[in-house]
Design a protein around this ligand. Structure first.
Ligand code: FES
Length: 230
């Protein structure tokens, strides 16, 4: 019996159909659109907006980092970045200003406020010589300072309460200090008025003292000069 001939050669071997389909897939698509469904075009990426939003998110982090860095700098400046007083101060002469009789300094850390050339000052008896101070010669050492704070010009006070200085000014010392209540700067009389805590950086200018009269009586202490600061 004769076998029936296939209707199409490809139907005999399916590989021909597969080859045709593969060729069609590889063939570049040219020409006009037909009734194939159109693919939606991808939306354009707005790189400018994306970069802006990225930076906006970074701003709080940068602000926090900047604040922390400023805090570290302030902590360093408050305690360490201070100018040293001149070891040999230069004084501009002023008209003699009465300070007090020597007997007003009978104890170490006695202090007397006075005015010299319109500048409020304080003279202090200290336990050891201080550059720019007055060695009276009977185991009495005096030194005097302008009371005008070198931060923003408030008036400093001789503060003998070391516990109060430690508590209120955050500066612990074993001796009295010159303190400014405006922004809590502290100056050390024994270190020639150096700023040791708070926002002030420069030391207090010194005032020159002179003994007038005989040690046998009760000589006067006068001020005749103010430290040049520039
Ligand atoms: S004015 Fe003295 S600490 Fe600011």
């Amino acid at each position: 019996m004769d076998r029936e001939a296939p209707a199409h050669p490809a139907s005999v071997d399916g590989s021909a159909a597969h080859e045709e389909a593969a060729a069609a897939a590889e063939r570049p698509t040219t020409g006009t659109p037909t009734d194939e469904p159109s693919t939606p075009a991808p939306q354009a990426v707005d790189h400018g907006r994306r970069a802006l939003s990225t930076w906006l998110w970074r701003l709080p982090v940068l602000a926090a980092a900047g604040g922390a860095a400023y805090g570290v700098w302030q902590a360093y400046a408050i305690h360490f970045a201070k100018d040293a007083p001149a070891p040999n101060p230069v004084f501009d002469p002023v008209t003699d200003a009465e300070v007090a009789p020597l007997s007003a300094f009978s104890e170490v850390w006695d202090g007397v406020d006075f005015m010299a050339a319109g500048v409020p000052c304080v003279a202090v008896r200290v336990p050891a010589p201080v550059p720019g101070g007055l060695d009276v010669g009977v185991a009495v050492q005096l030194v005097a300072f302008s009371r005008v704070c070198t931060h923003l010009s408030c008036i400093v006070e001789l503060n003998r309460d070391v516990e109060a200085v430690a508590f209120a000014f955050n500066h612990r010392s074993d001796r009295p200090s010159l303190t400014c209540a405006c922004h809590f700067s502290v100056f050390d009389p024994l270190r020639a008025g150096r700023a040791v805590s708070g926002p002030a950086v420069r030391p207090l200018p010194r005032a020159r003292l002179r003994l007038q009269g005989d040690l046998g009586g009760d000589p006067r202490i006068v001020c005749d000069g103010l430290e040049r600061t520039s």
